[in-house]
Design a protein around this ligand. Structure first.
Ligand SMILES: [Zn+2]
Length: 423
């Protein structure tokens, strides 16, 4: 392991920065200056991390071409920092920094960094890119100090761009000619910054949900079809789920490569054309329904096997949407597909999150188990279960079992636990 030990002496005292001690989620406060055509960014970033009882080090990842000019945390005058190449598959261009924060265990940490650089290296199929035609930067780069252990966080990003470029980030927006300010007050799991000269945005309200479309080439017809499908999905969630995260953005990504992905509250879709959407409308409905349902299903720790609570319910909810909108036959086709896919895979219980079967277990087996549970309980009691899990902010299998026991009794709860362990 290549390990470079640096001693950093602090030259800046943190004087004006003083937040409440009651923050539940890590919070980023970022000033970003960007020149897309020069691939250049300059960032001033505060990261507030609530009390961390686990470790004596703080790690973060940053693109290796970004040069840190200043770094400090709390009132420390000096500390050690080590630097390694990235050990995360989807962040091959990142450097991993570890700060020794001995003595700060159980304390809130406020990290301050200034860094800048020209980002010119990324893998061919990267979903993060920077350039004159289209910029889309998220954790794949990563352009901000990212730590996958902080699964959810909030942010505030102020952007300074040339006046030709239209920036876009998830969250509330305030804008002037040369700057824009974005606040994500609902917790999310990435800070995806997009910009281009052709970018347009459209805001719609559907029920109590605020939908924002950021696009460059989408036609009015496509926007109307998409909005009408979103309305159908949200109308069901409105009935099934208690009020939850209420903002969602859908971004037409102008990349040719790298594929689509979703974040909590945001969906990023390259190659999103009218033909594509009309040819694959039902699969898109499932995809959108899955991603939108994460506005509710996100509370389990996604780095552990208990991620099944997020992904299993999101996927099963999406199948329930298909059943409502496209009928039982289409629903049954999907159930059959899930059954075939999960044939012979390991049980859900304590499965290897980094193993080869993780995808099948999460997206095929867990929705199948929930289907079996729904069969046993009945559709309406199952909807009641979803409701109870959500209003109780359930985030672990243990809590799930307790809620299921309260609703259906010990026998069903133990039967389901057995399914998780052995099916
Ligand atoms: Zn998901």
């Amino acid at each position: 392991m290549k390990n470079l030990l640096l001693i950093i002496f602090i030259t800046i005292a943190l004087t004006s920065y003083n937040r409440e001690d009651t923050i539940d989620y890590p919070h980023y406060d970022i000033k970003l200056t960007i020149e897309p055509e020069g691939h250049y960014i300059d960032v001033d970033c505060y990261l507030d991390i609530p009390n961390d009882t686990r470790v004596n080090t703080i790690c973060f990842y940053l693109h290796k071409q970004l040069l840190i000019e200043e770094l400090s945390f709390n009132d420390n005058k000096s500390f050690t920092i080590s630097r390694d190449t990235s050990d995360i598959r989807y962040m091959p261009c990142a450097t991993r920094y570890s700060l020794n924060t001995k003595g700060l265990k159980n304390k809130r940490v406020s990290l301050h960094l200034k860094y800048s650089g020209r980002i010119t290296e990324w893998p061919d199929l990267s979903a993060s890119v920077i350039g004159e035609r289209w910029t889309e930067m998220g954790l794949y780069f990563p352009w901000y100090p990212y730590n996958p252990d902080y699964t959810l966080f909030t942010y505030e990003v102020e952007v300074l761009t040339g006046d030709e470029y239209r920036p876009f980030l998830m969250g509330s927006e305030a804008m002037d000619i040369s700057w824009a300010l974005y606040k994500a007050e609902n917790p999310t799991n990435d800070i995806v910054f997009c910009t281009s000269k052709a970018l347009k945005t459209l805001k719609k309200e559907i029920y109590q949900y605020k939908i924002c479309l950021a696009y460059s080439t989408m036609s009015d017809t496509l926007i109307n079809t998409l909005t009408s499908d979103l309305r159908k999905i949200l109308s069901l969630y409105n009935k099934w789920f208690p009020p939850g995260g209420n903002t969602l953005c859908i971004v037409e990504s102008m990349r040719e490569k790298g594929g689509g992905y979703a974040r909590l509250g945001g969906i990023y879709l390259p190659g999103f054309s009218e033909t594509d959407y009309s040819e694959s409308r039902r699969p898109y409905t499932r995809y959108l329904a899955h991603e939108i349902s994460h506005l509710w299903w996100y509370r389990a720790n996604s780095n552990t096997w208990e991620d099944w609570l997020n992904e299993g319910f999101a996927e099963y909810t999406a199948l329930m949407v298909l059943r409502e909108l496209h009928g039982h036959e289409y629903f049954d086709e999907w159930i059959e597909r899930k059954r075939e896919q999960s044939e012979g895979s390991d049980p859900v219980w304590q499965y290897d999150r980094n193993g080869e079967q993780a995808y099948t277990i999460l997206y095929d087996k867990t929705p199948l188990l929930l289907f079996e549970l729904e069969q046993r309980m009945g559709i309406d009691p199952f909807k009641q279960l979803m409701w109870d899990l959500l209003i109780n902010n359930v985030s672990t299998t243990y809590e799930f079992k307790r809620i299921l026991t309260d609703l259906e009794g010990k026998e069903t709860a133990e039967w389901f636990e057995e399914m998780l362990k052995n099916y």
